[in-house]
Ligand binder design. Structure first.
Ligand code: ZN
Length: 74
């Protein structure tokens, strides 16, 4: 199930939600001000799959012993 990001047009609150694709554009209520003036943004799922978020996000890789590691840079 893909993650969708929504923005509230009234209070600018942004929030993410796991939803079935068929419900991606279903109405959703802002969790902050309960306004129904929300809009779906581009999916975070696709935005974060470009490699920038994944690489180096963990404290160490499986080949790391705490010293320098050519795989993850730690
Ligand atoms: Zn709101």
């Amino acid at each position: 199930m893909p993650i969708y990001e929504y923005v509230c047009l009234d209070c600018q609150e942004r929030f993410e939600l796991l939803r079935p694709i068929r419900d991606a554009d279903a109405p959703i209520t802002c969790r902050k001000c309960e306004s129904e003036h929300t809009s779906r943004m581009l999916s975070l799922f696709f935005a974060s799959s470009g490699g920038r978020v994944v690489a180096g996000s963990g404290p160490s890789c499986s080949g790391c012993a705490g010293g320098s590691c050519a795989t993850c840079g730690h």
